[in-house]
Structures are given as structure tokens and as C-alpha cells.
Design a protein around this ligand. Structure first.
Ligand code: FES
Ligand code: FES
Length: 198
């Protein structure tokens, strides 16, 4: 089967009912997309399918065979994705980083649909789970991107320190968003058959 992933056609040898997440991580080695619950509950596995945030752990290959799939590895190749990642770094959103690939995909999908979402729209769309509790930082970054924050993005990128932000190193944030944080999750890997770092 051929899949369109991050602008490239990729050959995949898997049954049509195989979850997309399994193929991304285990067959293609694209481990920026994370395995959390496997039950469409947490959002860690989120990717974009034709621009719409989609939980890849419950999405069979057959359902995306003719779609454009975007993963965290390529999110910065679009202007919007780059803006989201920059805001995540500016607001130091990630802590452990595990959920942040999915959070960035959810944010990008919302902003693609609605350039200036209201607080209610942000609350409704940003429902991925974060065990580190980065929700206040996510909200600050989203309001920045929506232009509804007192410290809204004016292109200067100087908005650190808003109330509710969770401290974390910029380098850690950048690495986590890019899906390269060295977060060990041996248990997860055993579940998905992956080897090595999460
Ligand atoms: S791993 Fe897909 S929603 Fe949790
Ligand atoms: S689970 Fe650690 S940053 Fe969200």
C-alpha cells in the first residue's frame, strides 16, 4: 500500500486494518508521534489527515490511503505549523514532552480552521491529555497565537513569563516538539513493538 506522508509517497507493507500509528512508529521509524492509550482517549498519537487532527492509534490504513498525512516531523514545513511550534517554545509549554506532538497537531488543526479561536473554541479543541499538567501553558500559547492574549504574538517573540506558564528549558521544548526528546518508555515500546527511545 502507498501512503502520502509529509509530502512523500511511502510504500508500506501492512494489512489495511493496521492502525496508522503502528506503521508510523514501527515500520517507518517516525517516533515523534506517540503511543499513549491506544483507545482514542489521550491524543498523544494525533496526526493531521488532510489537515484535520486525527488519532492515528484507531485509524486504519485503509481509511487514509488516499489522504495527505502530516506528522510532527514535518509540521514546521508549513508557516502555520512553524508558528505553533515557535509559540510552544516561546511559552515553554512542554515538560516531559510526551504529549506535545499531539498537542501541536491539535493546535495546528484548530488554527487552520479558525485563525483567531475564542477561549471556548480553544477549550473545546485542545482536549488532549497531559500528565504533566501543561494546560495553562498551552492556553497561553494558544491565546498568543489567536491574538487574544495581552502578550499576543507581535512578531517579536518576547512574551515569556505570563502567569500560569510552566517552566521548562527552551532546548527541551524544541527537542520535544520535534519528537526527538529522549524520553524512555520501555513499557510503551513493548506494547507497540518499537525498540529504543520513545
Ligand atoms: S494513543 Fe491514540 S488517543 Fe491515546
Ligand atoms: S505529558 Fe508531559 S508534557 Fe504533557
Amino acid at each position: 500500500m502507498k501512503l502520502q506522508i509529509n509530502g512523500k509517497e511511502m510504500d508500506v507493507e501492512a494489512e489495511g486494518d493496521t492502525p496508522l500509528l503502528w506503521v508510523l512508529r514501527d515500520d517507518l521509524g517516525m517516533t515523534g508521534t506517540k503511543y499513549g492509550c491506544g483507545l482514542a482517549q489521550c491524543g498523544a498519537c494525533s496526526v493531521l489527515v488532510d489537515g484535520v487532527v486525527t488519532r492515528s492509534c484507531v485509524t486504519p490504513l485503509d481509511a487514509v490511503a488516499s489522504s495527505a498525512i502530516t506528522t510532527i516531523e514535518a509540521i514546521e514545513e508549513t508557516d502555520l505549523g512553524k508558528r505553533v511550534v515557535d509559540a510552544w517554545v516561546r511559552h515553554q509549554v512542554p515538560q516531559c514532552g510526551y504529549c506535545q506532538s499531539g498537542q501541536v497537531m491539535a493546535a495546528t488543526s484548530l488554527l487552520k480552521e479558525t485563525a483567531a479561536p475564542t477561549d471556548d473554541e480553544i477549550r473545546a479543541a485542545m482536549i488532549n491529555l497531559c500528565r504533566c499538567g501543561t494546560y495553562n501553558a498551552i492556553k497561553a500559547a494558544m491565546k498568543d497565537l489567536a491574538g487574544t492574549s495581552e502578550t499576543a504574538d507581535n512578531g517579536q517573540g518576547l512574551h515569556l513569563g505570563s502567569a500560569g506558564m510552566v517552566a521548562g528549558g527552551v532546548a527541551v521544548a524544541a527537542a520535544a516538539v520535534a519528537g526527538t526528546a529522549a524520553v524512555r518508555s520501555k513499557g510503551r515500546n513493548e506494547d507497540t513493538g518499537s525498540e529504543g527511545d520513545a
